[in-house]
Design a binder for this molecule. Structure first.
Ligand SMILES: *[C@@H]1O[C@H](CO)[C@@H](O)[C@H](O)[C@H]1NC(C)=O
Ligand SMILES: *[C@@H]1O[C@H](CO)[C@@H](O)[C@H](O)[C@H]1NC(C)=O
Ligand SMILES: *[C@@H]1O[C@H](CO)[C@@H](O)[C@H](O)[C@H]1NC(C)=O
Length: 733
């Protein structure tokens, strides 16, 4: 049962260590064929019985329990497994620097960091003339915890020798890679606060964050050098640049003209500087700021969240306890941006447990990924990870991709897939068929193993965060990958850690109980119509309190005081602005976003996000922003229509037009799109006042470059409102 590693955990009818294959073969030896039959029957029945017991236990299982806390009144819960909040993974690991050193000693001979060497690089030209880079990458090459520790010490020393003033901050501006983690740990060893900037943030955001934090040394990938040279006159505080070499060295001398004020060196050189002349570490303290993390706000310039050492170790300690059987045998695929708190927290967890971390990238993830040369292997098939993180958009894409493939194949393959999917789904959702270990094994062999090899075939647990995951995609991964998904809920301001669903919780749409490092509280929002006395469940704004709650926004005490509070018992609370409700078992479900709710003139509340999500399912809609003026009793919408769908419709309807903007402005087009909206609104059971009374079709797409959507493609309401002020006003005339 090759793959039972992954599937066993899900329904877990079979206690750990009990392998049916072992049973079968030992029976065979002693009792021959008869024994096998008996064993087979036993093997089928025991799991059925166990699963009944297990399910009965699971249904009533309390995951979060009410707790008495300080500060504002509300309904608070804590994780049911703890009585006191968890602060550190083990005694003495109070800072990230101490934790790192202890892990490197503890796991010194185990594999830590793996990277792939470039074997060959090609360019292919697409039919439209655009050039695409294709890579042939080799096997993973590993360094042990002991080796990485020495490199981190060398880099830390090298940084000081290179001339970095340890009283100033350093910034990392790079995609996820092994050197990112080494740089990060190196800085922390010298008590240097690291500023991180999301690589896809725009120029203004980059300049703003580096200037605001007075960064003096910037560490980046070599492909950023050109960009930096171009804006060097705006980067007044920078004196040193350290760049990560690519396999083919970037031509730094090309840029020397525009970077003459900077001292520039490669990462390897700095490591060597440190190796030749070690500098004693200057270890940080628990409340010291480890990271100032800039995140794209949906309004204005990005804000820098100050994350302390204590915050990171608390989140790591808490998340460690929710991944089943986490340990040195686990292999983790790292590919999400490390400048995002979710990935930084996940890698810290892996470090605590002594896992191997293989670095990859979203564009080289699978054999069919964009940048992978035809006939060569993607990161997942080479690494064969047991754990990985994902964000909902990626899982949605995986699901669409697999379904498309199945549809294309058609015939018997599709039949098999459909049956297998239904059976496994029924099993997960609680029918007793699921306990038939042998049936599951059969479906795995016939159908699902083929899908699983896409991610290497060994995934046993997936961590998902960043945004709510749809029930469909969650189930799909459960069934096809045979692995449970832990859904996390957290923000940069809570150092990723707030709530996390447990592996044996098979429900969808919830984010589990609070992590053991914090409390979660609902506070009534009377105006919004959400209160903690609501039936059947208490509802309100989600407030997080505990050790993962960060210090606040850099250089912005006003904003910090608005959303952070310290209570009379010394616990820090963060007001998330999310609306949630707490189920009887103590699990949280996020149901709305405070600032996206508008009270209309006649007193009804409209949730803009909810309406947008519902209307997105119209084929005509590529993007949408719903707007509600509180002085009217209806809402309106700005819509970027789908080029393809609209033009196809126009052709069929025999509509004549000169260009796309003209088509968008035609009355026939607008009423057709409105018809479609009304239909999907009705399907989604929206109220009449929730269906836009008037709409405006905008021919140009909203892109991150235009500043109208975030890097994660979430709409930026304030920017859109400002840009289309006149259009919105007209819609209300
Ligand atoms: C950099 O910050 C200083 C204040 O610390 C401010 O006066 C200046 O305008 C900023 N420069 C840029 C380019 O943002
Ligand atoms: C780098 O650029 C300089 C000046 O443009 C050129 O002389 C040199 O040959 C280049 N080196 C490489 C390795 O391409
Ligand atoms: C670490 O740096 C901070 C300032 O960034 C300073 O306040 C603190 O005293 C330093 N800690 C140690 C142990 O030197």
């Amino acid at each position: 049962m090759e793959n039972s590693e992954g599937t066993k955990t899900f329904n877990a009818p079979i206690p750990e260590g009990l392998d049916i294959n072992d049973y079968l073969s030992s029976f065979e030896k002693s009792y021959g064929a008869y024994g096998v039959v008996v064993a087979a029957i036993v093997a089928m029945i025991i799991p059925v019985l166990l699963s009944f017991l297990f399910m009965a236990k699971k249904k009533g299982k309390k995951r979060g329990v009410p707790v008495e806390v300080g500060s504002e009144a509300g309904y608070a819960v804590r994780n049911a497994r703890i009585t006191e909040l968890v602060q550190v993974p083990w005694e003495g690991a109070t800072t990230m620097a101490a934790l790192f050193e202890q892990c490197c000693k503890k796991y010194s001979r185990d594999r830590f960091i793996g990277t792939r060497k470039l074997i060959k690089k090609d360019f292919v030209t697409a039919s439209d003339g655009r050039k695409f880079e294709k890579l042939h990458l080799g096997d993973y090459e590993w360094q042990t915890y002991g080796q990485v520790y020495r490199r981190v010490c060398n880099f830390a020393s090298g940084l000081v020798n290179f001339g970095h003033n340890v009283d100033t901050r350093a910034a990392i501006f790079s995609e996820t890679r092994a050197e990112w983690q080494i740089t990060f740990q190196g800085c922390l060893r010298q008590n240097i606060t690291v500023v991180t900037i999301y690589a896809s943030l725009g120029e203004d955001a980059l300049i703003h964050s580096l200037n605001e934090t007075q960064v003096s040394t910037l560490i980046c990938d070599s492909k950023q050098l050109k960009k930096l040279a171009a804006i060097s006159s705006s980067l007044k505080t920078i004196t040193n640049i350290i760049y990560f070499e690519e396999d083919e060295t970037a031509n730094v001398s090309d840029l020397s003209g525009s970077m003459s004020d900077w001292k520039v060196s490669s990462f390897l050189e700095v490591e060597k500087l440190g190796e030749r002349a070690p500098v004693p570490p200057s270890l940080p303290s628990k409340d010291g700021v480890a990271v100032i993390m800039y995140t794209s706000g949906s309004t204005g310039l990005p804000k820098g969240v100050m994350i302390t050492h204590g915050n990171i170790v608390a989140t790591a300690a808490a998340v460690m306890t929710v991944i089943p059987r986490l340990g040195r045998n686990d292999v983790y695929l790292a590919y999400l941006p490390l400048a995002h708190v979710f990935e930084l927290a996940a890698e810290s967890v892996m470090l605590c447990a002594g896992c191997a971390i293989g670095y990859g990238s979203p564009l080289t993830l699978t054999d069919t990924s964009n940048k992978i040369m035809k006939g060569t292997k993607g990161d997942a098939s080479v690494l064969k990870p047991t754990l990985m993180t994902a964000v909902p958009t990626i899982l949605d894409r995986v699901r669409e991709g697999v379904l498309k493939k199945v549809e294309e194949k058609g015939g018997l393959a599709k039949k098999f897939f459909d049956i297998a999917y239904k059976r496994r789904l029924a099993a997960i959702e609680g029918s007793w068929f699921g306990a038939w270990g042998l049936e599951r094994w059969l479906w795995d062999v016939i159908v699902f193993e083929r899908i699983r090899v896409v991610l290497g075939g060994h995934i046993r647990f997936m961590l998902c965060g960043g945004a709510p995951l749809s029930g469909n995609s969650q189930r799909f991964i459960n069934v096809c990958m045979g692995a449970p998904i832990g859904q996390g809920y957290g923000l940069t301001e809570t150092c990723a850690g707030a709530a996390f669903s447990e592996w044996d919780d098979t429900s969808v749409g919830r984010v589990g109980p609070p992590l053991p490092c914090c409390y979660l509280k609902l506070v009534s929002w009377e105006e919004g119509g959400y209160t903690t006395s609501d039936k059947p469940m208490p509802r309100g704004e989600v407030v997080v309190g505990g050790f993962s709650v960060t210090t606040g926004y850099f250089n912005n005490p006003g904003k910090t005081n608005e959303v952070y509070k310290v209570d009379e018992r010394g616990i820090r609370w963060f007001y998330t602005g999310d609306i949630g409700r707490i189920h009887p078992d103590g699990c949280i479900e996020i149901i709305d976003r405070k600032k996206d709710i508008v009270k209309l003139q006649h007193g009804e509340y409209i949730s803009l996000g909810k309406v947008e999500a519902a209307l997105m399912s119209s084929n005509f809609v590529d993007n949408i922003m719903v707007y509600a003026d509180p002085f009217h009793n209806y809402c309106v919408a700005l819509i970027v229509p789908s080029h393809q769908v609209l033009e196809k419709w126009a052709q069929e309807a025999g509509i004549k037009y000169k260009d796309f903007p003209e088509l968008c402005s035609k009355a026939e087009t607008i009423s057709e799109v409105q018809r479609s909206l009304s239909k999907v609104a009705k399907d989604a059971k929206l109220d009449k006042f929730e269906t836009p009374a008037k709409i405006k079709l905008l021919p140009d797409p909203w892109t991150p470059e235009s500043g109208l959507v975030t890097a994660a493609l979430k709409i930026k309401r304030e920017q859109l409102k400002a840009k289309f002020k006149d259009e919105l006003q007209k819609l209300y005339e």
